[in-house]
Ligand binder design. Structure first.
Ligand code: NAD
Length: 737
């Protein structure tokens, strides 16, 4: 029999080498077809008496990324349709669907013939669960091998036997740690944990896997042997008594109870280890069915898996513009941002000219990359040779004539209209006619800056976030006259440097900073009301934000907040800002010289290391303090999430953001908006517009008009609409097709 996705070659020893190599895909993923064929492969192996055992590997550079988007999406569509058609049997049907992969892997594991997984590269999720069901696992001793069960990061958990096999191979504590964080393991670490049996040189991988079979590998898993005991001991052992009471407390500390998928892992392991293996798999299947029906799983998978991939693959790229091939990029301004932009560009293999006012400043900008490379080489993340190649791509310069051959130029000079105007003119004087000019301004509208350009159609905003090397998001800002060629080139550039883009129309603060400042301003309101600062910070984290608003404001600098508030007054008038906010930042900056982390004094104090930062004690003297007992934690949590989500809704209403996927992904990647919600708009869709409007109205009564629901939200509430329904991102694609 022939297969589309697999080949089988049986050698003279009767060992079948099953190679997974999906045609037309850069990576192997599980699809319904792959599962069907894998089942057929297993049946064929069982039937063929000449076959003694199987070595399972991948024909790609990576092993497999796990489940395919379409399969996961299919599960949600199936569930939604079943719920409509047959509500009473929908959950049962979903339960059966959830058991398909589990059942197939169990069938392989109990087929009577030994299977060895030969892991040659990245092995994630379902692919590692399949490997765990094999009787032997050999991994290449190579940096290319990364092993993880990362499902928790998208709101679900390893539901194809992972929660049962991992704690039967390693101790429960490491198993919980691995699965509740989704951490990536090196092959060495996987071996140390007992999750991989052997490591082999990449070229000797298949031979090593075959040798396991030839050396008499049993076709029976340890847990199917009589008298099997899990390596971590039972619940009732001393180790168990130490682990289990603490486990849920630790999880609570890390997740504040916001991630049902993570909690389900703890339950699966705890309950599963107390029963025979097949019952344990059923327990996992039940929890998996339950988790798949949660709003968190639905929203997280949509934003963090589906939308992120779609945006990364150019969902917003205008059709018909040829793909850019970057031969030369220019970066102007070798300061804090420009130096990092040059680094990420060179790291993508693109030659960069890094320009500043003089060669010393430009060279200093390149030194930033030298520092990063040195660090990576020292930590073994980069070879010396790769580091040198990267650095050779960055040429510091003070001469604009060097930009003659650039396809794309990013400007990151001072945030000053006059300085930017001079730079735009100087660059355009040498730039080739079809090159694109991008500004990394954080506050100046792109349309206004483009007025300095002779070619506004080729002028665009590309807004990076700091630290550029780590932040995965880039906002692409369209000026009024920005053309398709500029948008396509900007999106191609963002893809080349491996970041996720969102496309935003021009507005003060664009999308991310508009939302971020709502978050910070709500904290100002709370401070002014007398909410203790520590409570503000803790409650924000309980709501799911990674960094408290006061800490965040210290990072971006309080004097920057002051500058932005003052600029807003200058441009839009006094009524555009809350005078109490201005008074607070003026007091901190002008009277107390508390500017944030950069001068060691902000909402926090920053003592010398190893002492940790702590809230500045004087903060409580600025406003009469309320006692924690007077405050309702849920209301404080709601205030943070609602004020940000409302701002996101306004950007949609104003036509600034046009695709809900971008609002959601931008909010999570840009400022870590409570990821379990799936992002700002999914947060609203998740509770329903009606409930959200009611919550806004309640908050507006006590905390101000900025909580008043907008006309769009009221309309959506009245009609029972969602953002993904009303602004369906796929409708445009369908209409165009
Ligand atoms: P910075 O002061 O660290 O760097 C600016 C650099 O521009 C300096 O090295 C300066 O010498 C150089 N420069 C000034 N005039 C120049 C000219 N005429 N020609 C060439 N070089 C010139 O500032 P930064 O924080 O890197 O910010 C740069 C831009 O990026 C600003 O527009 C800022 O709003 C934007 N931005 C900053 C951040 C952030 O977190 N700092 C985030 C996003 C966007």
């Amino acid at each position: 029999m022939t297969y589309t996705n697999f080949t089988i070659e049986t050698d003279a020893d009767g060992i079948a080498l099953v190679t997974w190599d999906m045609p037309g895909k850069s990576m192997n993923v599980f699809t319904a077809e792959v599962l069907r064929e894998l089942a057929a492969v297993n049946d064929a192996v069982v039937k063929d008496e000449a076959i003694k055992g199987v070595v399972f590997t991948s024909g790609k550079a990576t092993f497999s990324g796990g489940a395919d988007l379409s399969m996961i999406k299919g599960m949600f569509t199936f569930q939604a349709e079943e719920k409509k058609k047959n509500p009473e049997t929908a959950a049962q049907k979903l339960f059966e669907l959830c058991g398909e992969m589990t059942g197939l892997f169990r069938k392989i594991e109990t087929s009577g013939k030994p299977w060895v997984s030969a892991i040659n590269g990245t092995c994630m999720g379902g692919a590692f669960e399949l490997s765990l069901a094999c009787h032997g696992r050999v991994a290449s001793n190579s940096k290319a091998v990364k092993i993880a069960l990362p499902e928790v990061k998208v709101g679900i958990f390893p539901g194809a036997g992972g929660t049962q096999r991992v704690p039967r191979l390693t101790n429960a504590q490491d198993a919980l740690q691995m699965m509740t964080t989704g951490q990536t393991l090196t092959p060495q670490r996987a071996k140390a944990l007992g999750l991989v049996h052997e490591l082999a040189a990449p070229e000797a991988l298949i031979d090593a896997a075959k040798a396991m079979i030839k050396n008499g590998l049993k076709a029976v898993q340890p847990w199917d042997e009589k008298g099997f005991k899990a390596p971590g001991g039972s619940m009732w052992s001393a180790a168990g008594a130490q682990l289990w009471p603490a486990a849920s407390g630790i999880l609570r500390r890390e997740t504040y109870g916001n991630y049902p998928g993570a909690l389900a892992i703890v339950k699966c392991v705890y309950e599963g280890l107390q029963v025979p293996f097949d019952t344990a798999l059923k327990i996992e299947q039940r929890y998996f069915t339950q988790i798949l029906q949660t709003t968190e799983a639905f929203s997280m998978i949509r934003s963090l898996f589906v939308s992120m991939q779609e945006l990364g693959k150019g969902a917003r790229r205008p059709a018909g513009v040829p793909k850019s091939d970057f031969k030369h990029v220019g970066v102007i301004g070798a300061g804090f941002m420009g130096a990092s932009i040059a680094y990420v560009t060179a790291a993508a293999g693109i030659p960069v000219t890094l320009i500043d006012r003089d060669i010393d400043a430009a060279t200093k900008g390149k030194a930033h990359s030298e520092g990063l490379v040195k660090d990576s080489v020292a930590k073994g993340r980069m070879t010396q040779e790769k580091g040198e190649q990267l650095l050779a791509l960055i040429t510091p310069s003070a001469d604009y004539a060097d930009l003659k051959t650039a396809d794309f130029v990013v400007e990151a000079v001072f945030e000053d209209r006059k300085v930017k105007k001079d730079v735009i003119e100087a660059v355009e004087a040498v730039l080739s006619p079809d090159a694109i000019f991008a500004s990394n301004t954080s506050t100046l509208p792109i349309t206004g800056l483009a007025e300095n350009s002779k070619r506004p159609a080729q002028f665009i905003g590309v807004h990076f976030f700091s630290p550029v090397e780590k932040m995965m998001l880039t906002e692409v800002i369209l000026g009024k006259e920005t053309g398709d060629a500029a948008l396509a080139r900007a999106l191609d550039y963002v893809a080349a440097i491996k970041k996720t883009p969102i496309v935003v129309n021009d507005t003060r603060g664009f999308y991310v900073n508009r939302c971020v400042f709502r978050y910070i301003h709500e904290a100002y309101d709370m401070l002014i009301e007398g909410v203790p600062a520590v409570m503000i910070e803790n409650v924000a984290k309980m709501a799911g934000m990674p960094v408290g608003p006061l800490s965040l404001n210290d990072e971006v600098a309080i004097d920057l907040s002051q500058k932005i508030l003052k600029a807003t007054v200058a441009d839009l008038g006094e009524q555009a800002v809350d005078p109490a906010h201005l008074e607070l930042v003026n007091k901190l900056v002008d009277d107390l010289d508390r500017r944030g982390r950069k001068n060691g004094k902000g909402f926090y104090d920053y003592p010398e290391k190893p002492a940790k930062k702590h809230i500045w004690a004087g903060l409580k003297d600025l406003y009469p303090q309320k006692s924690a007992d007077e405050l309702d934690v849920q209301t404080l949590k709601d205030r943070f999430l609602v004020t940000i989500a409302l701002e996101a809704a306004r950007t949609i209403e104003e036509g600034i953001v046009t695709d809900p996927r971008e609002a959601d992904v931008g909010s999570i990647l840009g400022f870590g908006f409570a990821p379990y919600t799936g992002g700002t708009l999914s947060y609203i869709d998740g509770m329903g517009a009606k409930a959200f409007v009611a919550l806004c109205e309640k908050l507006a009564l006590s905390y101000g008009d900025h909580f008043a629901p907008t006309p769009l939200l009221k309309d959506m509430a009245a009609k029972g609409e969602t953002f993904y329904g009303r602004f369906d991102p796929y409708a445009k694609v369908a209409a165009a097709a």
